[in-house]
Design a binder for this molecule. Structure first.
Ligand SMILES: Nc1ncnc2c1ncn2[C@@H]1O[C@H](COP(=O)(O)OP(=O)(O)OP(=O)(O)O)[C@@H](O)[C@H]1O
Ligand SMILES: [Mg+2]
Length: 535
């Protein structure tokens, strides 16, 4: 009995030394899970790609409709760790470039498929991973070779890139309005002192229900998505405004510690009320004395920022009040108005105020907003008022606008663009395959296989546009073999044309970052041979 038990133990020991089945299984499962994620978003690639409806929350009541890869993947509840890596990959692309978040995942899926073929043909995972590393470097060189320099003064090219990004979105029919708007918004915040920097936090998007996306506008000034305070008939329109941004409360102070004050007769009560009135009146007088006629009040968590009484006095002093300005908006607001936030009534001085021609409450759609225009020495910020007939459209317009702004940011950071429509991918694929022929052994084999994987982008673009993918990709290869580097898929005409003439261009940074990040992610997945769960 004892001998019988010992025998399998010995054989198991030798097995663990030679048997790599478990590792292959783990790798296989990882690749399969990651590929499933890539397949899920593949249909949404390109201008004719499909959109996804994502239902979440209680009884799936929260619905969004989107085409944005990063949004789709971030909403998926993925459990398998390798599948989560793909969602992470698309988030990295979103952070690095902002566009191309579907492309990067589709590329990774295709590279993984080829990796699976290589592994089953006997290639070692490390060899495949190393080949990918070299491939990524070389692919980026190919992309650089195709790049076209662009100047920020060349507004037309910037608009073309923005509209390529918007072409594939749900709101694509509005791209003729949104693209120039995105370009103008982006360029208006670029500081000439730092021409390579574009901080998207300087562009605020305010969403307001009502109207259509056509009514979206770029506002040279500030917009508050709230009404002016109407208590006691205060003003709702002020010309020649002197604006203060305050962070203190115009209400009676509270004690620091929990205390209760017992009022036993009317005389005491009167005194308290009088004190309160005098206190507030004193504040309002100081505010008025500094010449202020518009007050923007930060939301307070300690106590009410304003009371009925203070609103009453402010209204009497003809001061327009906007209350509940969020704390994180203050920086943007003060930058735009070119003024300083005031933290204490004692520091309320005229030199801290901002100046504008007009502050006005206007009706927009179903609600009202406060608009500040004609700001003197306005800071480098921009506000876009996005409109739409329902929340789904507005949200998607917001996300699409973000993509377009990111595209401009890419071009500001790195002033090169590249043809779209599958041209860069097919060019990379062909040049890398030619390079693979010069290499030897396993590396050559791996690189050839991975080079072919890049064809997935033109293949999918054609497939999603309802064209014959094999015929299109073959034709595309032929044209590139003849030296037409910018031949791409013209989805409108359903044929291959010089895609630059179709104005389909995208930033170089989007393509380089997509290929580098996809290769890096696939390398990581290939090199994992076990999953250890720690509870
Ligand atoms: N008019 C067009 N004709 C041909 N190809 C186009 C056209 N417009 C865009 N493309 C191509 O579509 C691809 C981009 O598609 P899409 O915008 O759906 O995905 P993405 O940019 O990878 O992801 P996301 O926009 O969701 O972040 C690019 O390869 C681009 O070259
Ligand atoms: Mg895009």
């Amino acid at each position: 009995m004892a001998a019988a038990a010992a025998a399998p133990a010995v054989s198991r020991k030798t097995e663990t030394y030679t048997d790599t089945k478990r590792r292959d299984d783990v790798r296989g499962a990882n690749i399969a899970a990651a590929r499933a994620v890539a397949d899920a978003v593949r249909t949404s690639l390109g201008p004719r790609g499909m959109d996804k409806m994502i239902a979440s929350g209680d009884q799936a009541h929260e619905v969004i409709i989107t085409n944005d890869g990063a949004t789709i993947l971030s909403r998926m509840s993925l459990v398998q760790p390798a599948a989560r890596m793909l969602a992470e990959l698309s988030r990295s692309q979103d952070a690095a470039a902002g566009d191309g978040t579907t492309t990067v995942v589709v590329l990774a899926g295709s590279l993984l498929r080829r990796a699976q073929t290589l592994l089953s043909a006997g290639a070692h995972p490390t060899a495949a991973a190393d080949a990918l590393h070299r491939l990524a470097t070389c692919a980026v060189d190919v992309l650089h070779g195709m790049a076209i320099p662009v100047e920020l003064s060349d507004r037309e090219s910037l608009v073309k890139s923005a509209s390529t990004a918007l072409n594939s979105k749900v709101v694509s029919q509005y791209s003729s309005l949104l693209s120039p708007l995105a370009v103008d918004a982006a360029l208006s915040v670029v500081d000439p002192a730092h021409p390579d920097l574009l901080d998207l936090r300087d562009i605020r998007i305010v969403k307001k229900l009502g109207g259509t996306v056509d009514d979206t506008e770029l506002v040279r000034g500030l917009i508050f998505d709230k009404k002016a305070s109407h208590a006691a008939g205060g003003p709702t329109r002020v010309e020649n405004a002197k604006i203060a941004v305050i962070q203190f409360q115009v209400s009676p102070p509270k004690t620091d510690i929990e205390q209760s004050v017992i009022v036993s007769d009317y005389a005491q009560m009167d005194r308290i009320l009088r004190e309160e009135r005098n206190y507030i009146l004193g504040m309002v007088k100081k505010i008025k004395a500094a010449g202020c006629n518009v007050l923007l009040i930060q939301k307070s968590i300690l106590r009410d920022a304003v009371t009925d009484l203070s609103l009453h006095y402010l209204a009497k002093a003809k001061i327009l009040v906007v209350k509940d300005v969020e704390r994180d908006e203050i920086e943007f607001v003060t930058k735009t108005l070119n003024c300083l936030p005031i933290a204490n009534i004692e520091h309320f001085r005229a030199d801290k105020l901002g100046h504008a021609d007009l502050v006005e409450e206007v009706s927009v759609g179903e609600g009202k907003v406060v608009k500040i225009t004609g700001i003197k020495d306005m800071g480098r910020t921009a506000t876009v008022l996005v409109r739409g007939s329902n929340q789904l459209v507005i949200d998607e317009a917001d996300r699409s606008l973000h993509d377009a702004l990111c595209v401009i940011r890419c071009l500001v950071n790195k002033r090169f663009m590249i043809a779209g429509g599958g041209a860069p991918e097919i060019e990379m694929s062909m040049q890398l395959a030619a390079w693979a022929k010069e290499l030897q052994g396993m590396e050559s084999y791996c690189i050839k296989e991975f080079a072919d994987a890049l064809e997935v982008i033109p293949y999918t673009l054609a497939e999603n546009a309802g064209l014959n993918p094999i015929a299109i990709v073959t034709e595309l290869r032929n044209r590139h073999a003849r030296g037409e580097k910018n031949a791409g898929i013209n989805v409108r005409k359903g044929q291959i044309t010089n895609i630059l003439e179709e104005n389909v261009v995208q930033p170089l940074l989007v393509s380089t970052s997509a290929i580098t990040l996809a290769c890096e992610c696939v390398r990581m997945i290939l090199k994992i041979d076990d999953i250890v769960t720690v509870r």
